[in-house]
Structures are given as structure tokens and as C-alpha cells.
Design a binder for this molecule. Structure first.
Ligand code: NAD
Length: 293
């Protein structure tokens, strides 16, 4: 069984990005610049944005954090996005989700210029990805694709079963695995909350990608021996034996599934660490005008 190490792979990607940034700077080029907009004081969102800003520093990017009050109006937030859209020094823009209830996520997402949409959430980038054009692919699916690539996982002709159809993970993952290229060329089954006989389907998967958001949902009896298992889930479980008081588990019952799998991502240390690397990669692509030219 191969343990797919997202922590190691993400630091390799960050090193590659840092090397490229150093080259750009030594050639007198512009430093890549990511702007993050954070609305309100949600603890998890602050942690995520903080980690993104820190990662920018690590690879030599410039970063700007715009913090707005929870009470900011939709019109004010749209104006902030527009100002960043028009700022030629900024290459990438992310608006940390979730947003307060009085603000439409769709409106805000749609305001982001596709050329700066390094989260890959705008209709333009989702469409480009679907057409197999150069696109900013959302961080989690991009991270999974990169893990499959770097671990030389064969995908062509394989049966890939995806559990979950969210816009940020399951749905784009199903598109990427079916597209003509590598990784891709798989025969894909996308399953969701209305799917019947789920375990009959998962048992036929050569590659099983799990993004259901339910702790340890996938058990050993749902997995074909030799399958590649990608666990996207992240859940905090109370654990008094840990200093922090909790531990992280995934959507897959690791102890049961790992002995059966030919390769598997652990939680923590699998898909999770890849997301920030993906965001940095997309920002570098933007700075180098690699996606939209
Ligand atoms: P979501 O809640 O938006 O989507 C869950 C999906 O599971 C839905 O499409 C639903 O139809 C499907 N589903 C629910 N019950 C089902 C059932 N019985 N059978 C089949 N499908 C069923 O979740 P999400 O945003 O895609 O996230 C999934 C998990 O991944 C969560 O644990 C989340 O925390 C985690 N996550 C991790 C990362 C990362 O960086 N590693 C990124 C995003 C999400």
C-alpha cells in the first residue's frame, strides 16, 4: 500500500514555486501578488486566510489582506472586489467563504475578474475547465489531480467513483477524471445523496474519491481490494489524549480501508495540505499570464 503524502508533495510544489519566483525577481520581473478578502471574525476563516498569507511569504509572493466588518454591505464588498480587479499590481483575488447571510456568494463570485480568479470559482473558469481549456482549477480538485500525477496513478480506462457533487470538490473532480488527458480518461460515476445502492457502486471503483462530509463513512466492505482511495473529508473529533483536545479524521475509515487499498491519502496529511499549494500555483500562473494569455 502506498501512502499518498500530501504534506511532502505540497512542500515540493511550494519549493518549485519559490524557485520560479526567485528567477522572476532576478530577471527584474514583477513579484506575484495575491489579495485575500476576509469578511467578519469567523475563527476557521481567519485561520485559513492566515495560512494563505503565510504561504505567500514563504514562496516570496506579495500578499494583501483586506478585512471587512461582518456588517459590510453587499454593494461595499462588490466595490472592494472591483477595486482589486482594477489594480494592475494584484494577480490573484480570493474572497474567503462563507460570507454573511445578507451577501450573495454568487454575485460576489461573479464580480471577480476571471483572469484573477485563482480559486477557480467563477463561471468562466468552471466553463474553461469543463471545455479542457487552460483554466484556474479550484484548489481541492487541483490538489487531487496533482497527487495522482506525482504518484503516477494510472487513470485511463479505470472506473472512478466520486462520492459527493459539491461545486468545490465532487462535481469538478468528476469532470477532471473524465476529460481527455492525464489524469483523466477514466469512466466516471458521480454519486450523491439520492444515489441508490452506493456500496454496490463503490465496490466496483478502481479509484474512489470521497467528498461526502461524513466522518469515516466509507468502510472496508465498500472498497474493492487494490483500489486507489482519495479521502477529501476533514472532521475534528474530540480526543482528550491530544494536547489540542481533538484529532482530525476523514470521510474514510482509514484503519479498515488502508490495508485493502493499493494507494490512499491519509487525514491529516493527504488532500488538505495540497489546497494552499494549488492556490499559490494558480497565482503564479496568473502572474505569468499562463491561463488567459
Ligand atoms: P458538501 O457537504 O458540500 O457535499 C457533500 C456531498 O455529499 C453532497 O453533494 C451530497 O449529495 C453528497 N452526499 C450526502 N449524503 C450522501 C450519501 N448518503 N451518499 C452519497 N452522497 C452523499 O461537502 P464538500 O464541500 O464537498 O466537502 C466534503 C468534505 O470534504 C467535508 O468533510 C469537507 O470538510 C471536506 N473538504 C476538504 C477540503 C480539503 O482541503 N481537504 C476542501 C473542501 C472540503
Amino acid at each position: 500500500m502506498i501512502l499518498i503524502d500530501g504534506k511532502k508533495t505540497s512542500s515540493e510544489i511550494k519549493n518549485e514555486i519559490a524557485t520560479r519566483v526567485a528567477e522572476i525577481k532576478s530577471e527584474g520581473g514583477k513579484t506575484p501578488h495575491l489579495a485575500a478578502v476576509l469578511v467578519g471574525n469567523d475563527g476557521a476563516s481567519q485561520t485559513y486566510v492566515g495560512a494563505k498569507v503565510k504561504a505567500c511569504e514563504e514562496v516570496g509572493f506579495k500578499s494583501t489582506l483586506v478585512r471587512l466588518e461582518e456588517t459590510v454591505s453587499e454593494a461595499e464588498l462588490l466595490q472592494v472586489v472591483e477595486d482589486i480587479n482594477n489594480n494592475p499590481d494584484i494577480d490573484g483575488l480570493i474572497v474567503q467563504l462563507p460570507l454573511p447571510k445578507h451577501i450573495s456568494v454568487d454575485k460576489v463570485t461573479n464580480k471577480i475578474r476571471p483572469e484573477k480568479d485563482v480559486d477557480g470559482f467563477t463561471p468562466a473558469n468552471v466553463g474553461r475547465m469543463t471545455l479542457n481549456w487552460p483554466a484556474y482549477v479550484a484548489a481541492t480538485p487541483y490538489g487531487i489531480v496533482e497527487l495522482l500525477k506525482r504518484y503516477n496513478i494510472e487513470t485511463s480506462g479505470k472506473h472512478c467513483v466520486v462520492i459527493g457533487r459539491s461545486h468545490i470538490v465532487g462535481s469538478p473532480m468528476s469532470i477532471l477524471m473524465a476529460r481527455n488527458g492525464y489524469p483523466g480518461n477514466a469512466t466516471v460515476t458521480l454519486t450523491h445523496s439520492r444515489t441508490k445502492n452506493l456500496s454496490e457502486i463503490t465496490k466496483t471503483a478502481d479509484i474512489l474519491i470521497v467528498a461526502i462530509g461524513k466522518p469515516e463513512f466509507v468502510t472496508g466492505d465498500m472498497v474493492k481490494p487494490g483500489a486507489v482511495v482519495i479521502d477529501v473529508g476533514i472532521h475534528r473529533i474530540e480526543d482528550s489524549s491530544k494536547k489540542s483536545g481533538f484529532r482530525l479524521i476523514g470521510d474514510v475509515k482509514f484503519d479498515e480501508v488502508a490495508p485493502l487499498a493499493s494507494a490512499i491519502t491519509p487525514v491529516p496529511g493527504g488532500v488538505g495540505p495540497m489546497t494552499i499549494a494549488a492556490l499559490l500555483y494558480n497565482t503564479l500562473q496568473s502572474a505569468e499570464k499562463k491561463v488567459f494569455g
